[in-house]
Each structure stands twice: as C-alpha cells, then as structure tokens.
Design a protein around this ligand. Structure first.
Ligand SMILES: NC(=O)c1ccc[n+]([C@@H]2O[C@H](COP(=O)([O-])OP(=O)(O)OC[C@H]3O[C@@H](n4cnc5c(N)ncnc54)[C@H](O)[C@@H]3O)[C@@H](O)[C@H]2O)c1
Length: 401
C-alpha cells in the first residue's frame, strides 16, 4: 500500500518513520530544503532517527517530494500540516486548504483521506471534504476520517506505538479502513462515534493542560505573595492519592499545540454562542507570566534593568527540543528589552533564532532561566551571573518562582 503524508514536520515525519515499516511512504512537503535533507536521509525532527529514514530510503519505501505527480497513485493520504493562529489570534486553516488543493488536484482515484492536523469540531466534515471536492477536476468518492495526533516530540516513554489513538470516519467504511491502517503500528485504537468527538477531544486535552498550567502559574504568584514555596506546596498537595494532578509553574506555555489549540476551541464555542471565558482567561494568565517574571527580576535588582546585561537561558519552548514556536522566551526577552536590559540568550540546542546566535553561558549581570535542557549544567548556569532567576524550578540555589 502506498501512503502519501502531506507535511513532513513533527507529526508527518514521525508517522512516516513508524508507518515506513509496513507501507511505501511518499512524504509530501512544500519546503524544498526539508525535502532535500529527507531524501539524503537526514531527519530534522527530534525522535525521528536518521538511521530509520535511511533504512526506508534504501528499501525503496520512502520518498520526500513536492511533486503532485508522485501522489497520483497512492491508496491513502494523511494530512499533517500546521494549523496556527492568524495575526489576530483566530484559527488559520490556510495550510489545510493548500493540502486539500494538492490532494484534490492530484489524487485521481478514491482513497482514504485521514486528517491528523488539530482543528475545531466540524473541520473534516464541513471544511476538508468540501475543499477536496472543490479542487478535484471530477467527482471522486473518497473516504474521510480524523485521527488527531498526540505525539509529544522529544518524549521517550510514549510514542506512536503505545499512545492510544482516537479515530472516527465520516462513514463506517472509512472507520474500518482507518482502524486497519493504524493497527499496523499502533497498539490501542479508540473509535469514537463521530469525527466531531475526536476533533473536540484533541482540543479539550490541550485546553485541560492550558487551564491547569494557568492555574499553577497564578498560584505561583499567590504563593510568592504569601511568602511560601510554591514547589513545596505543590509537592504537599500531590501527596493526595486521588483528585489532584500536579502541574508546575513556568514562564508560560509554548509550542504549536497548547497556546494554540484552546483558541480553536474558544473560537468554535463563541461561533455557537457558548461561553469560553475560562479558556480565554487561562491563555491570558499564561501570556502575562513573562511580564510577572520580569517584574520580579526588576524588583530584585534595585528596580532598574537599564543597561544591565541579561542572559536568557533556554529559548526553546520546552527542554531538549529545538522548537521555538510560541516560546515564552520571546515575551520574556521583549519585556526585558522594554526595561532597558541588554539581552542575549544561550541555547545551543536551538543555535540560531531570529537572526541571533546562542551566546556563551557566562559573563552576564543577570541570568533568567526559561527552559533547562538536560545537557545544560546547573552549576554553569549558577556561575553565569551573580543573580540567577529560574522559572523552571530545576536550578537549585537560584532565585525563582
Ligand atoms: N508538534 C506536535 O507536537 C503536535 C502534536 C500533536 C498534533 N500536532 C498538530 O499536527 C499538525 C502538524 O503539526 P507539526 O508540528 O507537524 O507542524 P510542522 O510545522 O512541524 O510541520 C508541518 C510541515 O508541513 C509542511 N507544509 C505546510 N504546508 C504544506 C502544504 N500545503 N503541503 C505540504 N506540506 C506543507 C511544512 O513545510 C512542514 O514541514 C498541526 O495541526 C498540529 O497542531 C502537532
């Protein structure tokens, strides 16, 4: 069976690596640089081994491409393209639309089309199917299904195989074929009664995290004002064996999912006249964390950062990945610069970002730890500046939340 995977990023390439054992994969991407790298057997995604990719290429089971002609004869298509927010923080289905155009214009016989991109309930039924039909030169009876992706890049314990996978087809035949596809490389499949339930479940999973992270971030501020340790208090609460789940405070939330998906849920809720006040406020609390942190740093440093050299340690949105999408570090840096600080950043996992390169981990007046990669030595962080503010709770001996 030949499978086209549209989008070869975190989600699409991860699926390609797992599915490559059973299927011939055409990795379709619009980025030439990524295509060239992938065809040379070089993975650009943490968790996807270049050796695995090379194995599939050697066996003739993997090709990266941006040519529509390479997907004409596929049996199945997976959509794994970005679903970001527009400038005014509304759902942006532009990449989905472009993927539908590629599929509609090139796939000439009936196939199963599975969407893995995260979007609001109704996207498969009311958006993807009509868009593909619009771009198909003649009517084709494709099957449609959704299986929201749950991959957590950089994570060792859970992967495509052992993470239960939700799915639903628009028809029973689509559901059956979707089960058949994923059962090759996924241990547990969970079928739900409609694509809308699967789409909503994915959004709710990440909204749950966004809201709980906001709650703990607010609590960190309360604990500080009360003069108690937020970490000790959380550990104490966490001794309760039921009804509590521990989240830890941070400079905010980043990545392509947690700061974005709840806004998709809020947008569709409001379109239907339902309130999403809690979700909206959680997003604001997390965004405001960067300002709070800079305020604390200013207070501890004589009320003034003018001309002081500040090193932000870790700009990736989470440890051990190079992903800087929606990273909280961006807002922290912005607030520090507004206060007149001379800001540089250290993150050798990221390397280059926004035209700047990772600076050495030393010689600053102030260091603010936003993300602590495992490979960064705690002692070196503490020695990098006379004052170190740690937002991660991992640098013992530093000031912190
Ligand atoms: N990254 C995650 O951890 C994660 C987890 C679960 C779900 N998701 C969801 O999966 C989807 C994909 O996310 P991602 O992290 O893989 O994104 P990504 O940015 O890592 O990868 C997307 C890829 O799609 C390509 N692309 C964009 N438009 C295209 C088009 N029209 N045709 C072909 N290729 C195109 C890009 O060049 C890029 O390589 C999103 O909806 C996201 O919310 C992501």
């Amino acid at each position: 069976m030949k499978v086209a995977i549209i989008g070869q990023g975190y989600v699409g390439l991860t699926i390609s690596a797992f599915a490559g054992e059973f299927f011939e994969i055409v990795g379709f991407d619009s980025n030439f640089k990524i295509i060239d790298q992938l065809n040379e057997g070089i993975s650009h995604i943490e968790g996807v081994d270049s050796a695995t990719l090379q194995k599939w290429i050697k066996a003739g089971r993997y090709l990266a491409t941006n040519r529509g002609s390479d997907i004409v004869d596929v049996d199945l298509v997976v959509i794994a393209v970005p679903t970001p927010l527009t400038e005014d923080r509304k759902p942006d289905l532009g990449f989905i639309e472009a993927a539908c155009k590629t599929i509609g214009e090139n796939v000439k016989r009936p196939v199963l089309i599975i969407n893995e991109s995260t979007s609001f309930p109704g996207t498969l039924r009311n958006y993807i199917k009509p868009a593909i039909e619009k771009y198909s030169p003649s009517p084709i009876a494709h099957l449609y299904a959704i299986s929201p992706e749950r991959v957590d890049p950089g994570r060792g314990d859970f992967n495509q195989k052992n993470t239960p996978r939700l799915f639903a087809g628009l028809t029973p035949e689509a559901s059956a074929k979707t089960r058949e596809f994923y059962s090759k490389f996924c241990d547990q499949l969970v079928e739900v009664s409609s694509p809308e339930v699967a789409e909503a479940a994915k959004l709710f999973e990440n909204t749950f995290r966004q809201v709980n992270i906001a709650l703990v971030n607010e609590f960190a501020q309360i604990a500080h004002s009360l003069g108690i340790s937020v970490y000790e208090t959380l550990d104490a609460a966490n001794t309760k064996p039921y009804g509590f789940m521990k989240f830890t405070p941070s400079a905010g939330v980043g990545g392509h999912c947690i700061p974005v998906d709840p806004t998709y849920l809020a947008a569709i809720a409001e379109d239907h006249g339902a309130p999403a006040t809690f979700i909206r406020r959680a997003n604001e609390v997390n965004l405001e964390m960067s300002e709070y942190i800079v305020r604390r740093v200013v207070e501890d440093n004589g009320g003034n950062l003018q001309g002081k050299s500040v090193l932000v340690v870790g700009v990736a949105y989470k440890p051990n990945v190079a992903d800087v999408r929606e990273t909280a570090a961006e807002l922290v840096i912005e607030h520090l610069r507004r206060k007149g600080a001379v800001v540089s950043w250290h993150d050798d996992v990221v390397g280059n970002w926004k035209g700047e390169s990772s600076a050495p981990l030393d010689g600053a007046d102030i260091a603010v730890v936003v993300t602590k990669h495992d490979g960064v030595d705690e002692k070196k962080i503490l020695a990098s500046a006379p004052y170190v503010f740690d937002t991660t709770g991992k640098v013992k001996g530093a000031k912190g939340l």
